[in-house]
Design a protein around this ligand. Structure first.
Ligand SMILES: CC(C)(COP(=O)(O)OP(=O)(O)OC[C@H]1O[C@@H](n2cnc3c(N)ncnc32)[C@H](O)[C@@H]1OP(=O)(O)O)[C@@H](O)C(=O)NCCC(=O)NCCS
Length: 176
């Protein structure tokens, strides 16, 4: 799957394409910055070992798993990935993750990255898309519902964030 360009709500152009090893440092920077915000994703940072990041990128083979990046004005500002269920009984399920840099949110990049992942999954005969989200992440939950995801379960008080209990919301969308 090659590159695709989308126009964001603020007029900027974003290129969405599969990640390469050359994106390693930018991907680290993106996830470290979003992790440091604390409120949105589980990880709070992935360190600065570029070789380790390259190894992580190589795990995405483009057939059973994929990592997309979004680039605006030459800067990597978003990423989304799909991992397959490893046991055969779960191999029809792809688990999604997405992270967009502050300053590039609420302009339509999330829907574009998610659609790219869903299209990639459909093309590879995945039957179900699955993800987990903090109950406090209203924007993310709104995006997933907009895309047809439904809440399938809740793990109450699974997380402790800024001295508050936060539920783990399990969401899924049937693609078959
Ligand atoms: C969550 C994320 C992927 C959403 O992508 P985005 O491009 O910012 O999303 P959108 O601009 O389409 O906004 C999603 C929807 O939420 C709505 N929304 C925005 N803020 C909201 C809020 N605080 N409460 C409820 N809805 C909200 C928007 O109006 C939009 O709905 P609409 O299109 O019907 O108007 C992105 O903001 C992000 O990566 N955030 C940081 C990391 C993160 O949270 N990752 C997800 C972890 S599960």
């Amino acid at each position: 799957m090659g590159a695709r360009t989308v126009r964001l709500k603020d007029g900027r152009l974003a290129t969405i394409r599969p990640a390469t090893e050359a994106d390693a440092a930018s991907l680290q920077e993106n996830i470290n910055a979003i992790g440091a915000e604390i409120d949105f994703i589980l990880t709070e940072g992935v360190g600065n070992d570029v070789e380790h990041e390259k190894e992580w990128i190589r795990q995405f083979d483009g057939m059973s798993s994929v990592l997309f990046v979004a680039v605006v004005d030459g800067r990597l500002v978003g990423q989304a990935d799909v991992h397959p269920g490893r046991p055969p009984k779960e191999s029809h399920v792809g688990t999604l993750g997405i992270a967009i840099a502050n300053g590039y949110r609420s302009v339509g990049l999330g829907p574009a990255l998610m659609e790219q992942c869903l299209e990639w999954m459909r093309d590879r005969q995945f039957k179900k898309a699955s993800l987990q989200v903090f109950s406090t992440n209203a924007r993310a939950i709104a995006l997933y519902k907009n895309l047809g995801f439904e809440i399938e379960g809740i793990r109450p008080r699974q997380y402790r964030i800024r001295d508050a209990w936060v539920d783990d919301v399990l969401m899924g969308r049937w693609l078959g």
